[in-house]
Ligand binder design. Structure first.
Ligand code: SAM
Length: 227
């Protein structure tokens, strides 16, 4: 009996039954087939997916409600974006934004990013990865759920092109310091500038960040470059 017990992986998220608004549900049922890429073990061909050539391929992990994701895709039509998120309200909201802004350079994957990164992106295929405000899991006993760990940083590194960047932002000092410690054992990266940067203009404020700022939190932007 004991032997048959499935070992559940430790995930960096908890799936709550968040309420989907009617507008979000409609967005998913009307446009989900076109805009959501089903998770699979097939590698993504960016040129084919976006019917475009020589655009930069940028992945965002954990886009939340997706407002910032859509804003970035709108500001930079010269890039293609894929956003990963597990929560349906965020997926529905982002689809509505894609439609409102008439974006053709952004798609969504609704699945655990740890598996998606491993299975769906070819080695050295990404120009950048954005991870804005990953869940801090600030209680000691929950630290093990943190997405940013050396093993994951290493996996992401294999998918980045040379000189491509990984941009992480957090509003938890303890997590910021943790990220730097995890990075120190990854020989695949160097810090782009200082350990912590001032928020770059190309990163709009995110929903989660605004909440943190209202609570008086600071923000740490960390940018690694793949070497
Ligand atoms: C704290 S929120 C930040 C959301 C957004 N980036 C922002 O700044 O407003 C972190 C998000 O990451 C998502 N997330 C956490 N782990 C994930 C994983 N392994 N795969 C996909 N999404 C994940 C959560 O569902 C959540 O929406």
């Amino acid at each position: 009996m004991e032997e048959n017990k499935k070992i559940r992986p430790i995930r960096s998220y908890v799936l709550r039954q968040g309420r989907l608004t009617k507008h979000q549900a409609e967005a998913i049922s009307l446009y989900g087939n076109d805009l959501i890429i089903p998770s699979s073990n097939d590698l993504i061909n960016w040129d084919r997916l976006f019917s475009s050539k020589e655009k930069r391929s940028i992945l965002e992990i954990g886009f939340g409600m997706g407002d910032t994701t859509a804003e970035i895709a709108k500001r930079f039509p010269q890039n293609n974006y894929i956003g990963i998120e597990v929560h349906s309200p965020g997926v529905g909201n982002l689809i509505n934004k894609i439609k409102a802004y008439n974006l053709n350079n952004l798609r969504i994957i609704q699945h655990d990013a740890v598996e998606v990164v491993e299975n769906m992106f070819a080695d050295e295929s990404l120009d950048a990865v954005h991870i804005f405000f990953p869940d801090p899991w600030h209680k000691k006993r929950h630290n093990k759920r943190r997405l940013i760990r050396a093993e994951f940083l290493r996996k992401v590194a294999t998918k980045l092109k040379k000189n491509a960047y990984l941009h992480i932002a957090t509003d938890w000092e303890d997590y910021a310091l943790w990220i730097i410690e995890e990075f120190k054992v990854c020989k695949e990266y160097v810090l782009k500038t200082n350990e912590f940067q001032i928020k770059p203009d190309h990163r709009p404020y995110t929903k989660y960040e605004k909440r943190g700022l209202n609570l008086g939190h600071n923000v740490w932007d960390i940018v690694f470059m793949r070497i």
